[in-house]
Each structure stands twice: as structure tokens, then as C-alpha cells.
Design a protein around this ligand. Structure first.
Ligand code: NAP
Ligand code: MG
Length: 489
């Protein structure tokens, strides 16, 4: 059995991040262990991996690589803790979760800075969106802990047991909150695996869980890459799997789960249509297009990556969009003026660049803003493609970068047919002055979330999830509770 990392090894000093003065207060440890049974432990095989700052390519920290044996230990700790956690008074359980939310708020600045350092997103977004929304998620589900019987009147509600949760790198803290908060509120215990490129805020959250006094083993965080995720999903001691990530890996997981009886939710990819009618408030729509595709460097499952503009206003919208793109600042994620930060990893940048080449080879016209980008780090200028058609790969496939494919339409029905011509069904947007058109479109586009005259708005009370290849199940709101409960008559 591994011993807790000795003081010297674990507390080998704070490493002040290698970024500018403004980040002096950020404490990132040189090395992180696995958070299992209330302690940070060294991994059984002693293996660690680097996490880097994608804006500078500098190493931030070394993080434990969990093997199957470590995952097994985490699942066993979660199983042991389940006996206690599932039986404590629901109102007490709620109090622990409220405490997580409050401590997270107190440490919001540090969370935001680390999120931006580790993942490359602009500090304005981590500070104003990711961290507050993550805390809001804990507050929201804390409130449900002692009201589950009211959420499902006439039904007996039981937790599922141990939840194995695997999350991606685009919203590392927020996705951890989406996973942990409802699972805990319903009385489950958890083994969570963050993405390899962005483990730091989940580990910070482990410290919050510990400081909030949760019983040992209720939350376990095992860092590593895809193999660690597969070990979590495949562990026979896991009763429920919650996965957010690519459709490709989602398929692998679904196969692995077939016949096991484990309950699962899969939140997968997307290729959302953002539809602008001629009667829309055009300037507002242009802002919505920008937010839809350039928010978080376009690393957003629900990004408005396919734009459909009504023909009569297409020239105007595209010109205004290009003008607006020129004003976007790409660069240092820690600078409060930055609009678009660093691409999350070298691998993701390669993927995006491959699609930029494909789009041009397919005959699309590529336009990029003329902004300067830093020499070190991974960057992509805001990009649009015009002159593309439904069959083009940049129109059909998820790029997961700041790249927008633009097409035009004449009639409502044409827009609808084009919008639905996709294997995905996660989200969508519609811009128009007419309420009737909003209702018709939102009822006809096959997607889990559709925004009207806005885009990328999130709230813990609102369910989120997809149709078709975008996944199975919902997170958020009442639906998010259902995913972590066994409902009996
Ligand atoms: P990914 O490659 O599918 O990885 C997601 C997570 O799964 C990571 O933690 C990954 O580990 C792990 N993983 C990889 N292979 C695995 C396996 N065989 N078994 C179990 N776990 C495995 O996706 P990503 O590139 O990180 O994230 C981007 C994708 O997530 C996009 O497609 C996006 O649309 C989707 N997404 C969906 C939602 C939603 O709510 N629908 C939200 C956000 C993102 P490592 O990466 O550490 O190797
Ligand atoms: Mg990183």
C-alpha cells in the first residue's frame, strides 16, 4: 500500500508561477499526489506527468499518474465512504456541499488564475464565468439535498452508489462542479478523473473538499490520461458513469458499459447552428456570433460553429463580423483585456490547423483577423470560412477551435433543414425580431439547448445535454438529479 506522500516530498515548497507580476499570489505546488480517501497520496507506480501553461509552454507542475491499482484504491475508498455518506441526514449532506461552494467563492481569485494558467482561457472568462458558475452549481445542488422527495413526488429516491466521472479540458473546474455537485447531493460518492492537460483546478477543488470537512473517501480525484479514465469507467465497483468528452471516446465507453448494468450519462460533441434572420437586431447578432464561436477559443461543445445568415443581410453581417474580429485581442490569458487566450494544447492546435487546411482544400474562403499572436505558446487567430457547403468537413465535423463556417439561406425551411443536417444535436441559436419564428425554430431544431437572441448562457437550474451523437442524459436542473438516483415506485 502506498503511504501518504511524506511531508518533504509533498510540501516541497510553493512554486511561484513563472508568469508576470500579476500572478505572484498564485500558488501552484511543484507536485501533486492523488486525492484518495481524504489524503494526497503518491501513485503506486511512482509515475508523474507534467502539466504546462499553453500560453508559454512552460511547465507548471508535476501531477501523479494514476494506474489501475490507484483507481482501484480510490473506488474502494469511495465504496467504504458510501455507507456513511448515503446515510447521514440529507440536510447535513447539504451543509457540506454549501461549505464547498462558499470556500470556492473565498478562493475564487486563485481558482480563476490557476484555471487560466493551466488551460489557457482568458482570465476574464475564468473569473466572471467558470468560477462563479462552478460555485453556483454547488449552491444549487446543496439546496436539493434534503428535498429529493419533493423533486420526485410519490417516488422513493435512492442514491446509486459510487459514481465514476471523467471530464474534458475545456471547462475543467466547471465540469468538475457539474459532476460532483449533483452526485454528492443525491448521496453518492465519487471518483473523478480530470483531463490530462488541465488537472490543477480539480486538485485545488480536492483541497476545498478536504477543508470543507467532507468525510474521507466521499470525493476521490485521480489524475492521469485516457487509460486512467478507462480504468475508472471499467471498474466493476463503479455503479454510475458520467462522461463528458468527445463522441469518439463516448462510443468506446458505451461499448465498455454494454451489459454491465451501470447507469450512465454521456455529454459529447456538438456542431451548433446559429441562425440569423434578416429581421434580427444585426449588431446584437454579430456580438452573439462572436460570443458563440470565439468564447473560450471555441473549445466549447455547444459553440455556435455553423452560422446560417439570411441572404439579404449576409454581406452586412459578414462585414460587421470581420470588423469586430479585428478588435479581438488574442494573447496572454492572464491579461484582463484579452478576448481569446491560448489553444489548450499542441495537439489541439494541430487538429485546428489541419481543419484550416482542409477547409481551404475543399474550396472554402478562409478569413483570419490580422492580430499579432505571441511567439511562444499555442495560438489561433479568429477564423471564418465562407463559400462552404453542407458536405464540407469544416461544416460537418467538430473543430473545437475559433473557426466558424458560414452559409446563407433564403427561407425559414431552408435554414431549418440545414441546421438539422448534422450528426450532432447539442445546442443552437436563433436571432430574430419575431417571437413566432423563435418558437417555431426552437421547437424544430433537434438540439438539447437553443438560445434565442443570445448564446452560451448557462445556469445550474437549466438542464443541458444532447440528442443524436451529442450524447445521452442531461446535467443541470432537476434532470441532473435524476441521473444520480434510483427512483422507485
Ligand atoms: P476526450 O478526448 O473524449 O477526453 C475526455 C476525457 O476522457 C479526458 O479526461 C480523457 O483523458 C478521457 N479519456 C480519453 N480516452 C478515454 C477512454 N478510452 N476511456 C475513458 N476516458 C477516456 O475529449 P476532450 O478532447 O478532452 O474534450 C473535448 C470534447 O468534449 C469535445 O468533443 C467536446 O464537444 C466535448 N465536450 C462536451 C460537453 C458536453 O456537455 N456535451 C462539454 C464539454 C466538452 P485525457 O484527455 O486526459 O487523455
Ligand atoms: Mg496545462
Amino acid at each position: 500500500m502506498a503511504t501518504p506522500e511524506n511531508k518533504l516530498a509533498f510540501d516541497d515548497g510553493w512554486q511561484y508561477s513563472p508568469a508576470p507580476e500579476s500572478t505572484d499570489h498564485i500558488k501552484v505546488k511543484k507536485r501533486y499526489g492523488l486525492f484518495i480517501d481524504g489524503n494526497f497520496l503518491a501513485p503506486e507506480k511512482g509515475r508523474y506527468f507534467d502539466t504546462i501553461n499553453p500560453a508559454t509552454e512552460e511547465k507548471l507542475s508535476r501531477v501523479a499518474l494514476a494506474s489501475e491499482a490507484d483507481v482501484d484504491k480510490a473506488v474502494k475508498a469511495a465504496r467504504k465512504a458510501y455507507g456513511k455518506w448515503s446515510r447521514i441526514k440529507p440536510a447535513e449532506r447539504g451543509k457540506y456541499i454549501y461549505r464547498i461552494a462558499r470556500i470556492m467563492q473565498e478562493r475564487a481569485r486563485e481558482f480563476a488564475a490557476i484555471e487560466s494558467l493551466d488551460g489557457g482561457k482568458p482570465i476574464r472568462e475564468s473569473r466572471d464565468i467558470d468560477v462563479p458558475l462552478a460555485a453556483a452549481h454547488f449552491f444549487y445542488y446543496a439546496g436539493w439535498a434534503d428535498k429529493l422527495e419533493y423533486a420526485f413526488p410519490g417516488r422513493k429516491v435512492r442514491p446509486l452508489g459510487v459514481a465514476g466521472q471523467v471530464i474534458p479540458w475545456n471547462f475543467p473546474l466547471l465540469m468538475a462542479a457539474w459532476k460532483l455537485a449533483p452526485a454528492l447531493a443525491c448521496g453518492n460518492t465519487v471518483v473523478l478523473k480530470p483531463a490530462e492537460t488541465t488537472p490543477l483546478t480539480a486538485l485545488k477543488l480536492a483541497e476545498v473538499v478536504r477543508d470543507a470537512g467532507l468525510p474521507d473517501g466521499v470525493v476521490n480525484i485521480v489524475t492521469g490520461a485516457g487509460e486512467t479514465g478507462a480504468a475508472v469507467v471499467g471498474h466493476p465497483g463503479v455503479d454510475k458513469v458520467a462522461f463528458t468528452g468527445s463522441t469518439e471516446v463516448g462510443r468506446v465507453i458505451m461499448k465498455a458499459l454494454a451489459g454491465t448494468g451501470k447507469k450512465y450519462t454521456l455529454e459529447l460533441g456538438g456542431k451548433a447552428a446559429n441562425i440569423v434572420f434578416a429581421d434580427a437586431a444585426i449588431d446584437q447578432a454579430v456580438e452573439g456570433i462572436v460570443n458563440g464561436i470565439f468564447f473560450n477559443q471555441g473549445h466549447v461543445c455547444c459553440a455556435g460553429s455553423r452560422l446560417f445568415v439570411q441572404e439579404s443581410v449576409a454581406d452586412e453581417v459578414i462585414q460587421k463580423l470581420k470588423d469586430r474580429m479585428e478588435t479581438l485581442i488574442v494573447g496572454d490569458p492572464l491579461d484582463k483585456n484579452t478576448d481569446i487566450g491560448a489553444i489548450n494544447s499542441a495537439r489541439q492546435l494541430e487538429t485546428i490547423e489541419r481543419y484550416l487546411a482542409i477547409g481551404q482544400e475543399e474550396g472554402g474562403t478562409m478569413y483570419q483577423s490580422s492580430c499579432k499572436v505571441p511567439k511562444e505558446g499555442y495560438w489561433c487567430r479568429p477564423t471564418i470560412f465562407t463559400g462552404v457547403s453542407q458536405s464540407n468537413r469544416v461544416v460537418q465535423e467538430e473543430i473545437f477551435g475559433p473557426v466558424l463556417a458560414i452559409q446563407t439561406f433564403r427561407t425559414f425551411d431552408e435554414a431549418l433543414t440545414k441546421a438539422n443536417n448534422t450528426p450532432y444535436g447539442l445546442s443552437g441559436g436563433v436571432w430574430t425580431d419575431k417571437g413566432a419564428k423563435i418558437f417555431r425554430m426552437t421547437q424544430s431544431v433537434r438540439a438539447g439547448v437553443i438560445w434565442a437572441n443570445t448564446f452560451n448562457k448557462f445556469d445550474p437550474t437549466s438542464p443541458f445535454g444532447g440528442y443524436k451523437e451529442s450524447g445521452v442524459g442531461r446535467e443541470g436542473g432537476l434532470h441532473g438529479l435524476d441521473a444520480y438516483l434510483r427512483l422507485e415506485a
